[in-house]
Write a protein that binds this ligand. Structure first.
Ligand code: ATP
Length: 571
């Protein structure tokens, strides 16, 4: 197909502000494009010559572009420079220069889309000494074959300044309309695009094989897969509503997302969240992954974190210093990194993304051998939201961002902010600004890893008017192993075999062991809410209480009072 046809459409699109109109114009045009040209047209409409992740750099200096325009237009370089000053856009300069071209410089035939595409790739492939000269010569040969309008777009594509406002989704919409007659089919195209984020491949597959071909598009090792993202909730209680039953809770690290591909030749490629190829920045990680992850071919995901010599995690900003083209060896030594692996998308000739998380992570435990630099993400599996909350606070202590709750049965939803992953971050927790000092009045025996110690404590505030203690929470979160071991000894001498004398308590909260109100603990909580189970003030409970420390310098009657708690709740 003649490039001029695309240039005409680009001109029309340039004048169009509405997205819908743009899609219609493109769809009409796509209908006329032969299958062998549709990939090229798709890329060029987006102002590129390859998919985004291919990172093809044309590398032609502005000066060389202007020089080529001067040669192709048969005018002095000084005139081109002047035009550039006036117009500020090399595309417009080329258009003007070619409009005024001397009649002797007749166009040398037509520039086909394929020729343009091949020549642009040729320009990208040239490097080394004399590269600018060679690149410039190729550009001249193209400019000699196009109209002034065509020249404008060749230059803009070449300099990456096309910016007609179409994005990958616009092209997918237009493809759906052109080839299937129904815009709704864009969903099918988008699902394929999430696995294969390359509009060229999608366009050509659709043109040649229809929707059936699109549905068959699968993971190709070495080509990035759009990454799954997390949903978020406002309230912690919404999590079990979205993911009922057991779920996994993983640490949410503050690093850089990485997708590692190992192909059948053993070559490892690392992609960032934006699907950029970041392999060259992390040769150390490539080696580690090679050594620690088993499999002829695989695609795994994890979070890269910078660490100090002792293995302590360093902030994200430190890791960003590894984002560089030069001095990689030096920075590799200064800022070592590790990766916390959390998913496997492909393993030995099979896509894993449609399998449940549980199976995918079981596979991970088999294929990843832990080392100092490669390890699985920290996680627990539970059906108990307070256990999740406890793990969350443990992760905050480690200075992580929070946690991601993952459905055990959920598939990997490529390119989607899906409900199979829900993030819960520090910023979401509306902690009360004040802590409470509460008295331990009872305890419940621990189960599982807490058997033999107390699993939770019944805590009360002091009602100074009536001189009684009133329960306000059951505290199980934040108790370190040390505190858990220490508590039975500390509490032993206050143990009672009946309800303490001055305690107001509801039947539902009765603990397994009672204590005389003596020991005070400092507790932080999310908020105060009305509760039928607690007796504090007008019936208040502290939500998500978290142990901070023992307050041995306080007597029971110096604990936070019910009146104070009532005032806090009003605030
Ligand atoms: P945020 O700014 O909250 O990280 P986001 O929009 O960048 O939001 P989300 O989808 O909310 O991304 O969170 C997922 C990101 O969290 C991933 O891209 C990844 O970099 C990071 N992450 C850290 N730990 C994990 C983990 N265990 N599992 C998945 N992603 C993780």
């Amino acid at each position: 197909m003649d490039f001029q046809k695309l240039a005409d459409v680009l001109e029309e699109l340039e004048k169009t502000a509405s997205g819908n109109a743009m899609r219609e114009i493109l769809a009409e045009f796509f209908k006329k494009v032969p299958a062998e040209d549709i990939a090229v047209v798709s890329y060029l409409t987006l102002g590129r010559i390859a998919s985004d992740y291919d990172d093809v750099v044309l590398g032609l200096a502005d000066k060389s572009v202007l020089k080529s325009i001067a040669v192709a237009g048969g005018i002095e370089m000084s005139k081109v420079d002047k035009l550039m000053q006036e117009k500020g856009d090399a595309g417009l300069v080329a258009e003007k220069a070619l409009e005024n071209k001397p009649r002797t410089l007749v166009p040398l035939g037509k520039l086909t889309l394929q020729e343009l595409f091949d020549k642009l790739h040729k320009i990208a492939s040239i490097s080394g000494t004399g590269a600018q000269e060679q690149k410039s010569n190729i550009l001249v040969s193209m400019l000699q074959k196009v109209s002034p309008k065509g020249a404008k777009y060749v230059i803009r594509i070449l300099l990456g300044t096309l910016r007609i406002g179409a994005g990958d989704m616009t092209v997918l919409d237009a493809l759906a309309i052109a080839y299937t007659g129904d815009k709704k089919n864009k969903e099918i195209l988008e699902a394929a695009y999430n696995i294969c984020p390359d509009v060229g491949i999608i366009a050509e597959t659709l043109a040649r094989k229809g929707l059936k071909g699109i549905e068959k598009i699968d993971i190709h090792v070495g080509r990035p897969i759009k990454m799954m993202l997390c949903q978020r909730v406002e309230e912690i209680e919404e999590i079990p509503e979205k993911i009922p039953g057991e779920f996994a809770v993983e640490a949410k690290y503050d690093g850089e997302r990485m997708q590692a591909h190992k192909d059948h030749n053993g070559k490892i490629t690392l992609f960032s969240r934006r699907l950029e190829n970041i392999t060259a920045q992390f040769p150390d990680l490539v080696k580690e992954i090679e050594r620690q992850v088993a499999g002829k071919e695989f695609v795994i995901e994890g979070e890269i974190i910078a660490v100090d010599e002792k293995g302590h995690h360093l902030p994200f900003q430190t890791l960003m210093q590894r984002r560089r083209k030069y001095d990689i060896e030096k920075y590799m030594k200064d800022i070592p990194v590790l990766v916390k692996v959390f998913d496997v998308l492909y393993w030995n000739e099979k896509s894993q993304i449609h399998g449940p998380y549980k199976i995918r992570t079981q596979l991970l435990t088999k294929i990843v051998t832990k080392s100092k630099h490669v390890m699985l993400a920290d996680k627990i599996v539970t059906d108990d939201i307070s256990e999740m909350d406890e793990f969350f606070h443990d992760m905050l202590k480690e200075k992580y961002e929070g946690v991601i709750v993952k459905s055990l049965t959920g598939e990997y939803q490529a390119g989607t902010r899906g409900w199979n992953w829900i993030k819960w971050k520090k910023d979401y927790v509306k902690d009360m600004s004040d802590t409470l000092d509460l008295v331990i009045v009872g305890a419940y025996h621990g189960k599982g890893k807490r058997s033999g110690v107390y699993g939770a404590l019944l805590c009360a505030a002091y009602n100074e008017k009536e001189d009684v203690f009133e329960t306000v929470c059951k505290l199980g979160t934040g108790l370190t192993d040390e505190v858990l071991a220490e508590l039975p000894k500390k509490l032993a001498k206050y143990r009672l075999n009946h309800t303490p004398a001055r305690l107001k308590v509801k039947k539902e909260m009765e603990p397994e062991v009672w204590f005389e109100p003596k020991i005070v603990v400092e507790v932080m909580g999310a908020e105060l809410t009305k509760s039928p189970f607690h007796t504090c003030g007008s019936g208040l409970a502290l939500r998500f209480p978290r142990f901070l420390q023992l307050r041995e310098n306080k007597k029971a009657e110096q604990a936070t009072t019910s009146t104070e708690i009532e005032q806090m709740a009003k605030k």
